[in-house]
Design a protein around this ligand. Structure first.
Ligand SMILES: CC(C)(COP(=O)(O)O)[C@@H](O)C(=O)NCCC(=O)NCCSC(=O)CCC(=O)O
Ligand SMILES: Nc1ncnc2c1ncn2[C@@H]1O[C@H](COP(=O)(O)O)[C@@H](OP(=O)(O)O)[C@H]1O
Ligand SMILES: [Mg+2]
Length: 375
């Protein structure tokens, strides 16, 4: 197997994404529903990126984006007081710290506990909530007068305020306006409704224009809120269950990047909304591993190798490097046994192979093997 090295380290953008999972609510009217209830009992919000985006144009993604200095400003402290504040902000005991491979070169960002800035865990949650507002008009806020209990139930998005468009334009122009909007509504971002879910680094590829270090949170909502795509960064949206989303991807209605496809398949493990919500509460202390997929180019496709796979190498060279082989994907698959990988047959045909045990009380997707007729 060969490897190819690109000179110079990447610049990492720290980002947060939010997987919104809304319970399927039975229509109140007697008219027949436009589509049958989802098999999993919940639907996920996916936003369609504008074709003009510099990165992943047209892809369907979970709401999210890059951390801004305003997300960790000490100015938030006054809004969280008196019920919440440092060190834990009512988020419960700190999760185990999982200092696994890889460590990234210094990003220039500090988690400056000594400068009064917010802890990273809180800042990333504020970022995810702000991005959901900017991109989808969804306000995941909680009135300051009603602090959450120890095991909060599923969240509920706030009704959009009058003047939503003007507020959103201000926040998009300057993220510091998000704090002003929250203060105006006497609310805080509902950081307690966001559960640590996963963390993905953009893999090195010869075509990658930028690299993200993204924390994914999961938020269970009692009902799907109305969505107002900003029609700039985001041009459309859909609520679809994991199985419906997989079907849309395979039938080429939507395109998903490998991490999003993996997360959708992972969520297909849950048979009901309440199972998913209980699962999130149950693993609050487990912390996260940040995964760097390593791309293996084969003669006829590509494999994204994930930690635990027998070909995965915990070697920091692969931060700026990929693997390649002259063998075909099928040969590579026949040679192996211990799999944690996403096989990319073509742009709309991914296959997940998992034979390893999941770690840290998380769940991995089920092994999915496409039929030869799809190839
Ligand atoms: C969508 C985001 C990259 C944020 O972007 P924004 O422009 O809104 O700031 C991010 O939320 C995200 O999805 N992060 C997940 C990790 C990631 O980098 N995903 C993309 C992986 S790219 C890939 O796997 C190959 C892509 C390909 O073209 O085949
Ligand atoms: N009207 C528009 N069309 C396409 N992309 C837009 C846009 N308005 C904003 N964007 C892009 O959306 C990205 C912001 O994403 P987020 O806030 O989620 O991190 C920025 O990408 P760049 O990082 O390429 O500048 C920004 O340029
Ligand atoms: Mg975004």
């Amino acid at each position: 197997m060969n490897s190819s090295l690109r000179p110079g380290p990447s610049r990492w953008r720290r980002a947060a994404s939010i997987v919104l999972a809304a319970a399927w609510t039975r229509p109140e009217t007697a008219t027949p529903p436009s589509r049958p209830p989802p098999a999993e009992g919940f639907r996920l919000l996916l936003l369609q990126r504008s074709p003009d985006q510099g990165f992943m144009p047209g892809a369907h993604v979970f709401p999210g984006g890059v951390l801004d200095a305003a997300d960790r400003s000490a100015d938030w402290l006054g809004l969280f007081a008196p019920h919440h504040g440092p060190p834990g902000f009512g988020l419960g005991p700190a999760p185990f710290s999982r200092a696994a491979f890889p460590s990234l070169p210094h990003t220039g960002d500090s988690n400056a506990d000594n400068t009064g800035e917010l802890p990273e865990d809180v800042a990333f949650r504020i970022c995810a909530v702000r991005e959901a507002f900017e991109e989808a008009g969804v306000l995941l806020l909680r009135p300051r007068s009603s602090p959450p209990g120890p095991a909060p139930g599923p969240g509920l998005a706030l009704e959009p305020p009058p003047g939503l468009a003007a507020w959103r334009a201000r926040v998009r122009r300057d993220p510091r306006h998000f704090l002003r909007l929250c203060a105006h509504l006497d609310c805080t971002p509902d950081i307690w409704a966001l559960h640590n879910w996963s963390a993905w680094l953009t893999p090195f590829s010869r075509t990658a224009t930028r690299r993200f270090d993204t924390a994914f949170f999961l938020c269970c909502l009692r009902e799907p809120p109305p969505v107002y795509p900003d029609l700039a960064e985001v041009v459309g949206y859909q609520w679809s269950s994991p199985s419906e989303t997989t079907e849309s991807f395979l039938s080429k209605e939507i395109w998903l990047a490998p991490p999003q496809f993996y997360e959708v398949r992972r969520l297909a493990n849950f048979a009901s909304f309440s199972d998913l919500h209980k699962f999130c509460l149950g693993r609050a202390l487990e912390g996260l591993e940040r995964w760097l997929p390593i791309i293996l180019l084969t003669a006829d496709g590509m494999v994204h190798l994930l930690p635990g796979d027998e070909l995965y190498l915990e070697d920091s060279d692969f931060l700026e490097n990929l693997m390649s082989t002259e063998k075909k994907t099928e040969e590579i698959m026949k040679e192996g046994k211990q799999f944690h990988r996403i096989v990319i047959h073509n742009r709309h045909l991914y296959d997940i192979h998992v034979t390893v045990q999941s770690k840290h009380k998380h769940v991995y997707p089920k092994n999915s093997v496409v039929s030869k007729s799809h190839l």
